[in-house]
Design a protein around this ligand. Structure first.
Ligand code: GLN
Length: 196
């Protein structure tokens, strides 16, 4: 399949996702066209077969999704979504913050800013199911965790504080930032899941 990867570009670390997907596509793709581009409106979304929702501030991204009339199109998007950090918050079904209208695409309860002030940001080598080559160096920045997941959600990684990586159908969501650090194994797994 041609790779037409959109990156939701309303707020947050958009360019890092574009760079990481370009690199991952180079690594997995043997033939066919590929494009990685910014998504800001429903027409942009209609042109992609997979989407990244970056980290940033989930309350702000949620507000901008509404403003740009993207809530329904995102809920009905048929491709896979690769969601990181604030993106993971938006994918959940259950988030205790009235400012956020989640997309509800992965059945899970997510606790925002789960690490509190002292450990707002940290790095850890964690083991993630579904990738070869040893632990993944995970960068957590004011990260959420999932506190519970639905029966059809596969937990890929868990640390003491909670669940930090999940997969559901074609979607993946992470508490940490796989787009930082140059290790594209999770992006590559995602692309293969889309048949790219
Ligand atoms: N704490 C942020 C939020 O809940 C997420 C932080 C991030 O995406 N790096 O929106």
């Amino acid at each position: 399949m041609d790779a037409k990867i959109g990156v939701l570009a309303l707020q947050g670390n958009v360019s890092e996702h574009i760079d990481a997907f370009c690199l991952a596509i180079e690594r997995v793709k043997k033939k066919g066209a590929s494009e990685v581009f910014e998504v800001r409106c429903p027409a942009d979304l209609a042109g992609c077969n997979a989407l990244a929702i970056p980290g940033g501030e989930s309350t702000t991204i949620s507000r901008l999704i509404e403003k740009n009339h993207l809530h329904e199109p995102l809920c009905n998007f048929t491709g896979g979504i690769f969601a990181t950090c604030a993106g993971m918050v938006l994918m959940a079904t259950d988030v205790a913050d009235p400012r956020i209208r989640t997309l509800g695409l992965i059945e899970m309860a997510v606790d925002r800013n789960a690490f509190g002030r002292q450990r707002e940001s940290f790095e850890a080598d964690i083991s993630v199911r579904g990738i070869d080559g040893g632990p993944f160096h995970a960068i957590f920045i004011r990260a959420p965790v999932a506190t519970s997941t639905g029966f059809d959600v596969e937990v890929l990684a868990r640390i003491d504080q909670g669940i930090v990586a999940v997969e559901k159908g074609k979607h993946m969501a992470f508490s940490f930032h796989p787009e930082l650090g140059g290790d594209t194994r999770l992006h590559e797994r995602f692309l293969r899941m889309q048949g790219i």
